[in-house]
Design a protein. Sequence first.
Length: 293
Amino acid sequence: MNSFAAISSDASLSNASPSNVSPDVAPPLAARQLSLSYGRGSARRTVIDALDLELPAGQVTAIVGPNGCGKSTLLASLARLHVPDQGAVLLDGHDIQRLPAREMAQRLALLPQETHAPEGLTVAELIRFGRQPHQSLFKQWSRDDRRVVDEALAAADLHALADRPLDAMSGGQRQRAWIAMAIAQQTPLLLLDEPTSALDLGHQLEVFELIRDLAAAGKTLAMVVHDLVSACRFADYLVAMLDGRIVAAGRPSDVVTTALVRDLYGVECTLMQDPATGSPLLTNIRSARHSRG
């Protein structure tokens, strides 16, 4: 088991950089002209095409777009799970392909969409795995490691469930346990691939609120999200992808338009503003094809 390891919707973007980032300060994680393809010969298919991206520090970035647009591939590339055909991913200005594996694991954590744990593994035992990058032959389990695990349990509100097997927990509780493992890894960066997939509404809220808490504590997070409304509500920065490219990026309230929704998902909608949060809400959703007819 190893689960660690851009500005307006009508603009065609070659760069997607938060406007509040100083050009003299390297972003915590960035892609520069990143290209990635699968297959060989005539079956070769470009998945990511000359993509530029910067994650704003200390904020939650949501990556959205239709199925097959390259969202999860981009996230995996940011975590060094894929070697790019061209371009580079930069961690604090350094090419991640040149960083030692232990250093990578101490600076960036990835929670994939599919997670697997041995049968009977408890919550506390899972979270302990997050300390592996900080241990070595000469630095074994310590009092400091125990403190970090306790803090991760508290952050995910799992102290009462520490000794419960993962397979005896609800989906939302299990997902919080996996995030707690990533918290115990103590990385400033956390990437999550569809962290609320297959969860009911209540458990989705638990996970999203935990993600917001981590950002409030200073972490930089990026997550792939299918639900655009949830992405708008819980993310500070939105990246919209289509056919391996970024077609819009920025604050959700700035970039989400009816035209963008139509381009991404082939649907018409009416946009409203959430009276409590100010984030965009989609109502009166209908097929763009039927609307034309």
